[in-house]
Write a protein of this length. Sequence first.
Lengths: 475, 183
Amino acid sequence: MSRIVTIDPVTRIEGHARITLTLSDAGKVEDARFHLTQFRGFEKFCEGRPYREMPALTARTCGICPVSHILASNKACDHLLSVTIPPTAEMLRRVMNLAQITQSHALSFFHLSSPDLLLGWDADPASRNVFGVMRKDPALARDGIRLRQIGQTIIEMLGGKKIHPTWVVPGGVAEPLDAVKRDAILALLPEGLDVAKRTYAFYKTLVPRFVDEARHFGTQPTLFLSLVSPKGHLEHYDGLLRIKDAKGNIVEDMVPAIEYERLIGEAAEDWSYMKFPYYKPLGYPAGIYRVGPLARLNNADACGTPYADVALAEFRMLQEQGPVASTFHYHYARLVEIIYALEMMERLLKSPDILDTRVRARARSNRDEGIGVSEAPRGTLMHHYRIDDNGLITWVNLIIATGHNNLAMNQSILQVAETYVDGNRMQEGMLNRVEAVIRCYDPCLSCASHAFGEMPLVVELADARGRVVDRLERR
Amino acid sequence: MRPHARAAPTQRQVPGRSGAAPASRTLVIGYGSPIRGDDAIGPLAAERLATGPVPDGVRVVSRHVLTAELAEDLAAVDRVVFLDATVEGQPGEVRVRGLAPDARAVSTMAHFHDPRELLAWCETLYGRAPQAWLVSVAGQSFDYASYRLTPCAEAAVAAMLAEVRRLIAGPSPSAGPDTGRIG
């Protein structure tokens, strides 16, 4: 008789989810599923709204990554206007996106994942949390907060102190940057880069401890999807779509983002509110792919900034050949991207044109369909709108970074569970590893869900007839 | 030496703040979702407070949620006033209570915090926590995709701000987690 283990809620992730593991009579893991249990419906209730409201509306999808939605949404609106935004506006948008990536990655690494990395997978759950990290290594925890604060301060300096910045607008940005703010932002960056480099150096000393996890945390062969610059470099704001396979072969390259539907299909399952995007030419579910920091670094030929390029070269050495496969190395990739973001912000802000006052192209809607794609911290973010003659939204499709990773997250859970979970002798540390592989993706379920509600984690153990015979719950 | 083994950090100047130390260092944080009806009362009240005359040394911010980096902002002030909505009480009722750091008050959402947890972060990392108050208004409707306060919540904003002004007009507290709690 098989059994089902449920982990509910999954902890230290954004949103509410449940994991179920199905065990055979012999206690061996046969199947694993990651269920998104919240429902929201943004795509539906945006219908009928003026397209110019979309950046503000979709920003409210999430209190964590509003900047990402603001940027992708405004890019979709730029497309509706049929305008190319002024170069300075594009640079300023890039700075805001990089600030968001800095603060988001910092939270993921320092506060959500560091309890496992510093205290160990099998540490007492009562102390395996951020307070445990603060006690063990307060300087590390303070560094994380400082990076968060630097990122947030830059966003506020650019966008104002409203909850959701309205500074980014269709056609560009609402206000140019002045020299005082530029200099204030530039003054923050050296400290941020010092923190990032220090943390990166420290993390490299930790990596050898996790050889086993790196070998078993989501090493399934998948494609990798991301934007790259026209030169093939790391890209977060614009650029072209690239897909690499697990061996490193480029299977799609320099695909305009507005052609995403040619590459990406979306499937649904009746056990989760999250969609299951897949690479169309391979079909569902064979078209499994990953997005986010790991995919971006695997796809990029170079970062294009000095220290990040050194770190990228070291990242590539994590694996003898081909793209870095292990989902565990999302952590590593995040730290490389923080370095890149801080270096690139400095470069952009030192551009001679950054204070140019021509920052907005004005137009009315000039087409009835708009697509905006950018790289959010967690991966490629796609906003797609259709409007009527009055500029009212008639249809919306949002493909969220965490959604792209849905198939991969499910496969990763299965691999970790098969490796670590013994159904005959369940231990908390086993289940923590199952959760931890999800945390590698840093999922934001508030965004990915087409849902709202709570985000706790449950692991259930069920028999062959689906009866729950054991249950581990965290609230 | 471990890469992170460094001296305890000094207090950082919050960007935009003048060099002279203000008489009282107070932070007012309004937080809540702007699309969940009365849940928006905290940030809306904070924004209205910020548009009027604000005493020296008082900084006002609005947030969707309380996030980790605010721990360092708390470490730099003597007093913090959180503005939030609540489901407890009669709609429109304004309550004021003191808060103490509490590491057990953990939000189920990983990326944001209960104010008591945020105070605990501050205390654990920086060795001190400011005197803290929560001014809350009982909401009537928290419907999704609702962009306006209900009339009773709207009517309570003035009373909420009166409590905030009363708190921030008080004498500067000495820093410490135990000062001035009432509940």
